[in-house]
Design a protein around this ligand. Structure first.
Ligand code: NAP
Length: 242
């Protein structure tokens, strides 16, 4: 098994892409701790109480993120993999966007990544090994109308990825980003009618991606196969933003 003996933390693992990544890592032998915000019932479907554990924690709160990392170290003894996946949208045109819409998205998607990465890096530096994967979006590369907050947060994650990759390479810690297009999850379930038809028309592969397909790419990026890869942003978007 590809991840036998490895310990992973995945933020936002109760649903969607995070859930698929948790299940793929666990299927390859990793012990996985995942976080979720509110939905305990969904988290309980993913956890097994032994090698896959769910923690209710708000990634926007530094102390909660730090505490989760402490608990994972106590329970599993090490941390080899971090996937910064938890994310939200609050789409509005800038004229309609409230300060709260802006803050919520930046706090969850960008500051949330900082909050959990900082304590995880502490553990990885002591081990002198680790792999971090940041789930970003093509919205952070090309910009999307109605997503000034989200595009900014996801572009920020790309800068975060590259800065950390340079900072941590000497300690044998790799940091990469996976930039996704449209993926079938709760996040995109709200996109209906004309918007969905227009989006589909722009995707060369003619469909939204599946969470399981994204998880397979994440597995590759987290695996020893990708050990010489750092500071990279891999686009998996059906050809949308080529
Ligand atoms: P999703 O189905 O809406 O799931 C979001 C997950 O994040 C849930 O587990 C949720 O927990 C958790 N979460 C939200 N806020 C949190 C917080 N403050 N603290 C801790 N956990 C929190 O999302 P998704 O579509 O799978 O997206 C996953 C990632 O991929 C996000 O970063 C997103 O920006 C990115 N992405 C998605 C798409 C897409 O088309 N779906 C495209 C590009 C990039 P609860 O269940 O408890 O709410």
């Amino acid at each position: 098994m590809l991840f036998e003996g490895k310990v992973a933390i995945v933020t936002g693992g109760s649903r969607g892409i995070g859930r698929a990544i948790v299940q793929a890592l666990a299927g390859e032998g990793a012990r996985v701790a995942f976080t979720y915000a509110q939905n305990k019932a969904l988290a309980d479907e993913v956890a097994n109480g032994d090698t896959v554990i769910g923690f209710q924690a708000d990634v926007t709160k530094f102390d909660q993120a730090k505490d989760i990392v402490k608990q994972v170290k106590e329970r599993f003894g090490r941390i080899d993999i971090l996937v910064n996946n938890a994310g939200i949208t609050r789409d509005k045109l800038i004229a309609m966007m409230s300060e709260k819409d802006w803050d919520d998205v930046i706090d969850t998607n960008l500051k949330g990544a900082f909050n959990i990465t900082k304590p995880v890096v502490g553990a990885m530096l002591r081990q002198r090994s680790g792999t971090i994967l940041n789930i970003t979006s093509i919205s952070g590369i090309v910009g999307m109308a109605g997503q000034a907050n989200y595009s900014s947060s996801k572009a920020g994650m790309i800068g975060f990825t590259k800065a950390l990759a340079k900072e941590l390479a000497k300690a044998n810690i790799t940091v990469n980003a996976l930039a996704l297009g449209f993926v079938e999850t709760d996040m995109t379930a709200v996109l209906n009618g004309e918007y969905r038809t227009k989006a589909l028309a722009q995707i060369p592969l003619g469909r939204f991606g599946k969470a399981e397909e994204m998880a397979q790419v994440a597995l590759f990026m987290l695996s020893p196969t990708a050990s010489y890869m750092t500071g990279q942003v891999l686009q998996v978007d059906g050809g949308l933003a080529m």
